[in-house]
Design a protein around this ligand. Structure first.
Ligand code: ADP
Ligand code: ADP
Ligand code: ZN
Length: 214
């Protein structure tokens, strides 16, 4: 089973992906995570991506498409994948269709998480994660049980993303509205799109996703 999780920054794509991965035994392919790893290792792609990401702008389509192709290829024999943060433009959506056709794969569900803009900003500004095991947290909505210690692995290495500030988030919301939202009708026409209310608790959002996938 393969799915696309769509939604603005902070909608809960990463949070829900983590749950889906565990319950459905799928692999998460997050273009944001892949890009952050490229930035960290200072690769050629990472050097180009860094300033764009800090400014809340999208990385050029051709770079993203080249980057993701191998990741999808690798999952061809697995039980399936979740695309988190891809596609984000019409060109990426079309390139994805070509890739899937070539690899004899298909997308079973496209799920869009819908969240109010005000809530998105609050979610993103309060977001942090464990730098060692990747567990996601939120200052208000999902704090660690013990102050500054990861619940899962005990690490004190809790990190925040460079772009999780109001300025960058404002630009990311513009990019989402102008470049990503226009691809929704593309999936709607294919009859693949389901809208899920992302304003509920993470558990309730997950329950809605389970209904879609059943
Ligand atoms: P969020 O979780 O807030 O939605 P991501 O982690 O998916 O953000 O992405 C962070 C940044 O990485 C984006 O603002 C953009 O600069 C870049 N990026 C991620 N995925 C893509 C993509 N598919 N196309 C272009 N840029 C991307
Ligand atoms: P995305 O991957 O779409 O950018 P995340 O899953 O990283 O979004 O969620 C953004 C922030 O909001 C995180 O700090 C997360 O803990 C928190 N969060 C996620 N889902 C919910 C929810 N349903 N209610 C409240 N906070 C949430
Ligand atoms: Zn941890």
């Amino acid at each position: 089973m393969n799915l696309i999780l769509l939604g603005p920054p902070g909608a809960g794509k990463g949070t829900q992906s983590a749950r889906i991965v565990t319950v459905y035994n799928l692999v998460q392919i997050s273009t944001g995570d892949i890009l952050r790893a490229e930035v960290k290792s200072s690769t050629e792609l990472g050097k180009i991506a860094k300033s764009l990401m800090d400014d809340g702008k999208l990385v050029p389509d051709n770079l993203i498409i080249d980057m993701i192709s191998g990741h999808i290829e690798k999952e061809a024999g697995s039980s399936g994948f979740i695309l988190d943060g891809f596609p984000r433009t019409e060109e990426q959506a079309k390139a994805l269709d070509v890739m899937l056709l070539e690899k004899n794969l298909k997308i079973d569900y496209v799920i869009k998480l819908e969240v109010d803009e005000k809530a998105l900003i609050e979610r993103v500004v309060g977001r942090f994660s464990c730098g060692d095991c990747g567990q996601g947290y939120h200052d208000k909505f999902a704090p660690t049980k013990l102050t500054n210690i990861c619940d899962v692995c005990g690490s004190k290495n809790l990190v925040r993303r460079a772009d999780d500030n109001v300025e960058s988030m404002t630009a990311r919301l513009v990019a989402y509205r102008e470049q990503t939202e226009p691809i929704l009708p593309y999936y709607e026409k294919k009859g693949a799109l389901t809208i899920v209310n992302g304003m509920k608790t993470p558990e309730e959002v997950f329950e809605q996703i389970e209904v879609v996938m059943s």
